[in-house]
Design a protein around this ligand. Sequence first.
Ligand code: SF4
Ligand code: SF4
Length: 489
Amino acid sequence: MIHHVKATASSTDGDGGTPSVKDVSLPDYAAEAPGMSGFHGDINELYLHEQADRHLPALLTDLGERKLYDATAQCNRCGYCETSCPTYMLTGRETISARGRNQFVRMLVEGRARNPADAEEAFSTCLLCGACTSACYAKVPTPDIVLEGRRAQDGYGDNFFARAAINTLLNAPAVFGFWLKLAYLVKKTGLPRLATKMGLYDFLGMPGISEAEGSVNHVPLRFASEVLGKDPDLAPGDKKAVNWVYFAPCGPNYLFTEVALATVRVLKRCAGEGVLAENICCGLMAHNYGRLEAAREFARRNILRYEELKERFGEFPLIADCSSCAAFMKSYEQLFTADPDWRPRAKAFAAAVRDILEFIPPEKAGHADKAALAKAGRVTYHDSCRACHGQGIRKEPRAVLHKLAGGSFVEMPESDWCCGGAGAFAFTEPELSNKVLDRKLGNIASVQAGTVIVGGTSCLVQINAGLRKAYPSARAVHYSVFLDEVAGK
Ligand code: SF4
Ligand code: SF4
């Protein structure tokens, strides 16, 4: 049963803005259980929704498996997370804080929502960075809760381009690659830049595309999987066991091929023999843009491939070099909580995943080349959100960087402040994203860094785009590329 809510303002914001009012489809909990005292049994779900397949049956929180309502109810509104939340810190608005977002979802589930337009803004402006969960004693999984709120909204995930990209990537990756190369060729002609300068995208109501265009300054015409697929060292051959299997996330595979190639060189040098996973996309884009069934299908295919490799080589770590993808793959089990066949398989897959940031021990990292280190200047480390908040990785890359860079390594203030990239956030919320980025750039400049090490490809795009404009003497470099450049000689 769907309960369409048209609301009147009840915002706690102090900005006095008048948001537009839109429909949000909700289960009719208000009719079934009006008021908190009437709550019982399974009403703590958004899943009676006619688009139930757009929702996760349960969330796997640090405190155990929880229905959505129970996860929101873990929030005691203490506000301890507020000073960690970039969108709250930059605006001072309660509705776009972690506490505010959790309350919105709770009210939606309870049928007490009075302003779905405010809810839409609260959900779309969340970076899904997870800084709030790291700060929260109750470990409220706000990013997952926000995603459930987004999925409850009419039309979420129905964007034509996102749907076409996800379907093609899933069902015809070769066709996806063909279209991508065609787009890259067009970019090399300079036509998209011309369109940006003419204001064509703004005129068409798609300013995000010009942001995306301006943020990427080089594109490859050979994908990493094509190059690595021809490397005889990576062929399974008659190998009986391997020390690692490389999973190529979409960013390193399709855009930052130098990252994928560097990761494989580092793995060969520091960890010995390995092979390629020959994977498809991890499914993160489908998961975050409301297409859960597609996300599950991506996951199933990767799990099947992992099981094939395990059958042949036994246990191995599955190494990924984009922290967002590694964090998502570590959470595959959450996709299958209602599926007794796939759940344990997803759990086993997740247990094998390692982010390259956590995989190389300092003693195996080698020694820095003095000339390469001098060229890098002062080195600092940006904690990508999905590494530090999503996977708890903080000390491992620092131990390696300390060893290699010695006194040239400096900590920047607020190293775990989000860069504002957050997948497509930089393109869908450019104004807020730029504000988040400015603070990151200020922190980088404050330590006079020449090189900023990152673990996520979205961070690479975002921080380099900002540095080019505001602080061009510095550059952001992926962790693998740094290890390869500085210690790979
Ligand atoms: S999310 Fe956690 S830290 Fe934030 S208000 Fe709720 S309980 Fe407190
Ligand atoms: S995930 Fe990030 S942006 Fe969203 S509420 Fe939490 S701290 Fe704020």
